[in-house]
Ligand binder design. Structure first.
Ligand code: SF4
Length: 326
């Protein structure tokens, strides 16, 4: 469902790179402007050094695209008809950490909102600790900001998070999520979740299963830990057999589907309309995503791709809402 977001969230490791200290941001040109959603990379590099990831070494320190370049790229896409922009990076939430003057992701979002640079802004993966009270308070009221965050949570177990050398624990993540829901009542949350990290016990895994329900995740990209040569975790003891990783992945995917069904039932029962962008048409039916990233199917005549419509939800099936255009 949100493979695109994950692909743009930085979980890619290039094979050959040169030294990157002091490197600037690679310039990017947008030649094609999709009518529905476009990705604008605003940041590269990461200094977190998670124990399972080779990106810190491969991609170098944080380098952010200058705000005026981001604004011009976003406005260029909007002028050409793109309604929704996804701001991405290796660690999107670290945007601006390398600037001399204080200017961060919240400043960028406020500026894009004040200029009405596009209809909707969605963020690529955000680390839970960066979805802090101060960040969310600054952006919750912006018209441009969609009520959806994709969280690079990885695990709901503090033991595993410690082994991964992540910068948050379960309770910090849940506290930030509770604050997001307070400030953005219609928000939907999705996440990346990894199973089978070295040493992950059944109890650790169950912590992740419970996290899905406690955080009320609309969906998750579930993936199995894979050993990356040269990373600390590759040498950790208690590597998990592939069969257990597979079995845990399946159980977690099932739990995510069960929680999503409950959320979608509530959405249907609420009767509240969903603001959607029509994406693709087949046999008289459009596939769309709501601003909160719910997948939606609606009947409609050909030729409306790229239109923003309100949809009344009627029922849900297989993780999608079926509704009608109001
Ligand atoms: S935050 Fe961790 S997992 Fe993500 S790119 Fe940086 S080092 Fe890798």
């Amino acid at each position: 469902m949100f493979q695109e977001l994950v692909q743009n969230s930085g979980f890619r490791i290039p094979n050959l790179v040169g030294p990157l200290d002091g490197a600037s941001f690679e310039p990017m040109c947008v030649k094609n402007a999709p009518r529905t959603r476009a990705y604008v990379k605003i940041e590269d590099g990461c200094e977190c050094r998670c124990s399972y990831c080779a990106i810190s070494a491969a991609r170098g320190p944080v380098r952010s695209k200058q705000p005026e370049a981001v604004i011009s790229e976003v406005e260029g896409l909007y002028k050409k008809g793109t309604l929704e922009i996804v701001l991405t990076g290796i660690e999107t939430g670290s945007y601006g950490a390398d600037f001399d003057k204080k200017y961060d992701l919240a400043d960028l979002l406020r500026e894009l909102d004040a200029r009405h640079s596009c209809e909707r802004i969605r963020l690529g993966s955000m680390a839970p600790e960066l979805l802090s009270d101060s960040f969310v308070s600054s952006v919750a009221g912006l018209k441009i900001m969609v009520p959806h965050f994709h969280i690079s949570m990885q695990s709901g177990s503090d033991n595993v998070l410690r082994g991964m050398k992540r910068r948050y624990n379960r309770s910090m993540a849940l506290k930030n999520i509770a604050r997001i829901r307070e400030l953005m009542p219609d928000v939907m949350l999705t996440a990346d979740l990894m199973v089978g990290f070295p040493g992950e016990s059944e109890e650790d895994f169950l912590d992740t299963m419970r996290f899905v329900r406690e955080a009320r995740l609309l969906d998750a990209h579930v993936f199995a830990y894979s050993r990356r040569e040269g990373t600390p975790a590759a040498d950790y003891p208690n590597q998990i057999p592939e069969q257990i990783k597979h079995e845990r992945s399946q159980r977690l995917i099932s739990e995510c589907a069960a929680v999503r069904d409950e959320i979608l039932s509530e959405v249907v029962n609420s009767g509240r309309s969903l603001s959607c962008i029509l994406e693709s048409w087949r046999g008289g039916v459009y596939t769309a995503h709501s601003d909160s990233y719910i997948e939606v199917c609606v009947e409609g005549e050909r030729g409306l791709t790229g239109s923003m419509v309100l949809v009344k939800p009627l029922r849900h099936e297989n993780g999608k809402i079926y509704g009608k255009i109001i």
